[in-house]
Design a protein around this ligand. Structure first.
Ligand code: DQA
Length: 141
């Protein structure tokens, strides 16, 4: 099994971006450590882009691989991108939607999602631990 973690715009800045919301741990470092921690149980690949088309291209590329499981944090694009939602519906690999912050406790514009309804499930508000929980769920399936 390969677990792909796909992060959208501005998630490369987690660690220095609005630390009161997203914490001060770098997401790159955190996900790198998860890769090491889980290396005997699964292969973890991380992809980040600030560009909607690049995220869709990547999901199309990996999304028909029978061994692929996908964790997506689309960042702000989750709230705006019908294209990403359609892409997740189009591919065959299961997707878990993750948000670091609790989007339902924030501004109302964060409460609409094109990604969540296309995903198997969602984790929101559990900080960076949300990624670990999604990995563990896939490993138990
Ligand atoms: C986010 C929540 C989004 O509303 C925001 O635009 C992000 C990060 C999160 O992980 O909490 O960029 O997806």
């Amino acid at each position: 099994m390969t677990i792909h973690i796909v992060n959208g715009p501005n998630l490369n800045l987690v660690g220095k971006r609005e630390p009161e919301i997203y914490g001060n741990v770098s997401l790159d470092n955190y996900l790198g450590d998860l890769g090491t921690e889980f290396k005997d149980r699964t292969d973890i690949k991380v992809f980040q882009s600030n560009a909607e088309g690049e995220l869709i291209d990547y999901l199309q590329e990996i999304g028909f691989d029978e061994s692929a499981k996908i964790i997506v944090n689309a960042g702000a694009l989750g709230h705006t991108s019908l294209g990403l939602g359609d892409c997740i519906r189009a591919i065959s690999a299961p997707v878990i939607d993750v948000h670091i912050s609790n989007v339902y406790a924030r501004e109302s514009f964060r409460q609409n999602s094109f990604v969540t309804p296309a995903a198997v499930g969602t984790i929101s508000g559990l900080g960076l631990e949300g990624y670990r929980l999604a990995i563990e769920w896939f490993l138990r399936k």
